[in-house]
Each structure stands twice: as C-alpha cells, then as structure tokens.
Design a protein around this ligand. Structure first.
Ligand code: IPM
Ligand code: MG
Length: 359
C-alpha cells in the first residue's frame, strides 16, 4: 500500500456517497489503503463527541482524509461546542488545512439545470480559495454573555494576521498560474480593518513575488452581485472564511451542479514532502433524502479525484476518475437531483456502478 486514506462517512447521505468512493478506490487498484472512523452526529451517538481522539489521530496520520457530510436536525439541541459542525471545525483546525479549494464548474451536460441562463454559465470554471482555519469562525473573544441589565450579548471576532493572509493568497496565486493568471481578492475593506489588511497584504504579496498575476480587488457584496450578473468574469477568487462560505455556496448553485461539486482543504507541504488534505463534497448531509439511495455520489467521487491529484500526486488517475464521471453524465445516466427528460434515472449505487464501468 502506498497511500493511506481515512474515510469519515459522517451523517445523512454521507455514508451512502462515501460507500461509492470505497468502490471506486477498490476498482482503481492503486495501492490505497482505507481506514474508517465515525464523525459528526454519528460519532456523537456512538461516543458522545463529534470527533474522538482516535479519529483525530487517524486524520493527522493519514495521507488524505475524505469525509461525507456532517449534521442533521437530530443534533440541533447539542451544546454549541459539541455539535457535529464543531467536530468539522476542530478537524480543519487541527489538520491546519488553511486553504479550501472549491471549484464551481458548470458541466456542459448540466448547463440547463442552472437558475441562470445557459449563456451566462456555459463553460463556467471558477476556483474559490477560501481561508479555512481563521477569521470569525475561530476568532476570540467569542460567546454569549448576560449583561448586568439582563440583556444578552453575542460576540464573535473577525481577525486575521499578515501570515494567515499571505499563506492562503500564495496558494491562490500558485493555482492561478496554472490557469489564466487572474485572481480576484474579496473582502469588506470599506467597513472592516481586517478587510483592509487583507487587501493590502494580498496586493503586497502579488507585487513582491507574483508580477505575472493579474490581481483585482472587489468588495464582497459586489462580488455576490457580480457572481449572478456575469460569473464568467472570474477565474480564481481568494477570500476569507466567512465570505468564502457564502460566496462558494452561491457559485455552486449557479453551476446547476450542487450534487457534483467536490472540495479540497490543504495546508502546507510537510517535511516528508506530503501534502495532506481534507476532501469533501460540498453538498452537505441532506437529511431529507438520507438512506433512500437517492443521493448523487459524483461530488464525493470527484473529491477522491482531488485527493488523487493533490495528496497522492496521481494526476493520471485523477483525470481518469473525472473523465468517468463526465462520461456518465454525457451518457445520460443521472441521479434525481440532475435528472432531465430523456435521461436514465438511477439511484446512488447504480450511479456509482455506472461511473466505475466507465473507469
Ligand atoms: C461548509 C459548511 C461548514 C462551514 C459548516 C458545516 C460548519 O457550511 O463547509 O461550507 O460553515 O464551513
Ligand atoms: Mg457552507
């Protein structure tokens, strides 16, 4: 075995889609060893916490971690720090995967599934680089307190340092060099000091080390608007944790392919030369369709392709997996979320099978 992959199936449709990933890994026969741990709500039910020490330890040791999804209504009453989502945030933080790559790609076969007109989204290919282990998600102070007046006060802190901004901008610039070289950096420098620092540091890094990059800056509210007005103006968008959360969801929806989009969270290359990463489909746990063999496993399988590309350095295999998914779509084999007149409607397992056949 040459690569180790930790699977964290998690909640909702997570176990169903990661089961298809397991089948693809077996079909690839590429020396990838799989281990599994409970995660999120499933881990709360079995062990009382969303991320056990054993699961975290396995994640820190694995060459790559692929998760399904976390969360669901049954854990909504958990105290804040013990919710399924808290397990995910802890995992990101402990793995120090500070750069979250979220491609928003419109598959040609799905252009009509977008809520925007075909001509606006056909050929769309945006790469979000979202800062993932800082900002308001982790800033201190935070909490809810009761004031002497009896009124309650909720606090979160948006905070970024130079190095936190530069390391994620560097990832964005490096990836942009393999694309069009265009990067748009997004913040709210008109109202937030942390946004102004973000803008200044990203520009400085560009001027010092990346003269080939065409860098523009855009306020996050304008970016939200431009994404629905003329999304094809963007190539790489680099932004903070919270704006990246919002804008990447918006962009995912406009591709018409929410069930198709993978993501990768990566950190720095470690001393042994490995680039460990946390890979996940962006669609979430979808409790409404869980356990019914309805979920689209494509995003999870494409997340495996990203792991092959970034953490395992297996670019040929990554291409093969991506082509197999694309071919399955073109052949008109679809789960319900992307089904159209004239296509064959299949469930999760048959979609997995169709992809493996084309592999
Ligand atoms: C995401 C999700 C998470 C986030 C939640 C589940 C904590 O929305 O990955 O985009 O807010 O980062
Ligand atoms: Mg989100």
């Amino acid at each position: 075995m040459t690569h180790s992959l930790l699977l964290l199936p998690g909640d909702g449709i997570g176990p169903e889609v990661t089961a298809q990933v397991e089948r693809v890994v077996a079909a690839l026969d590429a020396g990838i060893s799989i281990t599994k741990h409970d995660f999120g709500g499933a881990s709360i039910d079995a062990h009382g916490v969303p991320l056990t020490e054993a699961a975290l330890d396995a994640a820190l040791k694995a060459d790559a971690v692929l998760m399904g999804a976390v969360g669901g209504p049954q854990w909504a009453a958990q105290p804040y720090g013990n919710r399924p989502e808290a397990g995910l945030l802890k995992l990101r933080k402990e793995m120090n995967v500070f750069a979250n790559l979220r491609p928003a790609v419109c598959f040609p076969a799905l252009a009509d599934a977008s809520s925007l007109k075909r001509e606006l989204v056909e050929g769309l290919d945006i790469l979000f680089v979202r800062e993932l282990v800082g900002g308001v998600y982790f800033g201190e102070p935070r909490g809810i307190e009761t004031l002497p007046s009896g009124e309650r006060r909720g606090v979160n802190t948006q905070v970024y340092t130079t190095s936190e901004i530069r390391r994620v901008a560097e990832v964005a610039f490096e990836l942009a060099l393999k694309r069009t070289g265009k990067v748009c950096s997004t913040e709210k420098s008109n109202v937030m000091e942390s946004g102004l620092l973000w803008r200044e540091e990203v520009q400085k890094l560009r001027d010092e080390h990346y003269p080939q990059i065409t860098l523009t800056h855009m306020l996050a509210d304008n970016c939200a608007m431009q994404l629905v007005k003329n999304p094809k103006q963007f190539c790489v968008i680099v932004t903070d944790n919270l704006f990246g959360d919002l804008l990447s969801d918006e962009a995912a929806q406009l591709t018409g392919s929410l069930g198709m989009l993978p993501s990768a969270a990566i950190g720095a290359r470690s001393t042994d030369g490995k680039l460990r990463g946390l890979y996940e489909p962006i669609h979430g746990s979808a409790p409404d369709i869980a356990g019914q063999n309805l979920a689209n496993p494509s995003a999870a399988i494409l997340s495996l392709a990203m792991a092959l590309r970034y953490s395992f350095d297996q670019h040929d295999l990554a291409d093969r997996v991506e082509n197999a998914v694309s071919q399955t779509l073109s052949d008109g084999i679809r789960t319900t979320d992307i089904w159209m007149q004239g296509c064959t409607k299949v469930g999760t397992t048959d979609m997995g099978k169709a992809i493996i056949t084309r592999l």
